[in-house]
Design a protein around this ligand. Structure first.
Ligand SMILES: *Cc1c(COP(=O)(O)O)cnc(C)c1O
Length: 348
């Protein structure tokens, strides 16, 4: 079975071997504050920065999930006001989390066929966006983010990049917090979140000094000074993340492959009479999560047939639960996987 589910999904090559190596090396039996594991964290941070082109001044923290990152950011970085720009279920859920934490929140929803609205706020704002909205396959291009940054040169911008980080090249310097969990483009087993923070984000976390939660950002920052985490982390996940990044091409090369595979898929669905791309506009569509729309009954049947043939398609999500399916186009998916999937579609 090849999983094209947008997370968890097909694992990257080598995961089985890295599991064995972790076991054989005894690393998982050390205390997480011992020098042996501190070295694993330091190496993983260094290789992430190298392969994903993350500016040296940004800090990287390891947490437990992207959902936890929503909470950490909303709890740690709001001065008086958070603004959430969203067009789908994940962005909306983050805003609802912020509201339930008591954050003064403004939600600005926008249509899936529209550009990101360029909100103009104050230097004290926290602006939250979802770079790849996994529920509908929309994407915020670097150009859109640049306009948002130019309209808000001093506000903090936080970006949920869960289903695109490590799959496409991200303009890290244009925002202050980027986060993801590893079961999407990183192609790892779930249970590890990665948060990438600018000096301005760290400075605000320190100034606000919110400590009510065990993983608040100021606590993460303080422990990372000693290359440590607040709680005993997912040591296996961090170890394997380092190995996966070591074996990976740099992000510019990975992005070329991601875009090429996305173009193959998108070209195919443009020709198809029964199915259409949910986001036909190239400049608004994600390359890593592709949503396809059709008749409800046909989609249900297609998913069943696909599974019989060894292809797991992603269900639709939220508003699109019944009349779409989603295809993950992550680095673990080879060009051959994509071509085999298209051969299946051609016969159905
Ligand atoms: C998958 C996903 C999440 C949730 O990730 P968890 O690891 O389950 O917390 C959040 N945001 C986006 C955009 C996602 O795709």
């Amino acid at each position: 079975m090849i999983s094209f589910y947008p997370g968890p999904s097909k694992l990257r090559e080598g995961i089985g071997q890295y599991l064995q190596e972790a076991f054989a090396s005894d690393i998982l039996t050390y205390n997480h504050r011992n020098a042996e594991f501190v070295t694993v964290i330091a190496d993983t941070v260094a290789i992430l920065k190298d392969k994903l082109a993350i500016p040296e001044a940004y800090e990287i923290y390891f947490v437990n999930s992207a959902t936890e990152c929503w909470q950490i950011i909303s709890q740690s970085l709001v001065i008086a006001h958070a603004v959430h720009l969203y067009n789908g279920a994940f962005g909306q859920r983050w805003m609802e989390f912020a509201q339930s934490l008591g954050v003064n929140t403004t939600g600005i929803s926008y249509a899936i066929h529209s550009n990101l609205p360029i909100y103009e706020g104050t230097a004290e704002d926290l602006i939250c966006i979802t770079n790849c909205e996994t529920s509908n396959g929309t994407y915020i291009s670097g150009n859109q983010l640049k306009l948002l940054r130019e309209a808000n040169p001093r506000a903090l911008i936080a970006v949920d990049a869960t289903s695109c980080m490590a799959g496409v090249s991200l303009p890290i310097a244009l925002a202050d917090v980027w986060f993801a969990s590893v079961q999407k483009c990183f192609g790892l087993p779930s249970g590890l979140g990665i948060m990438v923070c600018s000096p301005a984000a760290v400075a605000r976390a320190k100034a606000l000094n919110h400590r009510a939660y065990y993983n608040s950002m100021v606590r993460l920052h303080e422990k990372m000074q000693a290359t440590q985490t607040n709680n005993t982390p997912n040591m296996l996940g961090i170890y394997m993340l380092g190995k996966v990044m070591q074996a990976s091409a740099n992000i510019a090369e990975i992005e070329k492959q991601t875009i090429l595979k996305a173009e193959i898929l998108r070209y195919y669905f443009r020709q198809h009479l029964d199915y259409q791309l949910l986001i036909p506009e190239d400049e608004l569509a994600s390359s890593t999560v592709i949503a396809v729309k059709g008749e409800e009954a046909a989609i249900q049947q297609l998913k069943i047939e696909a599974k019989k043939q060894g292809f797991l398609l992603g269900n639709g999500y939220g508003d699109w639960a019944k009349n779409t399916f989603r295809i993950a186009n992550f680095p673990a998916h080879s060009q051959e996987d994509i071509k085999n999937l298209i051969s299946f579609f051609k016969n159905h």
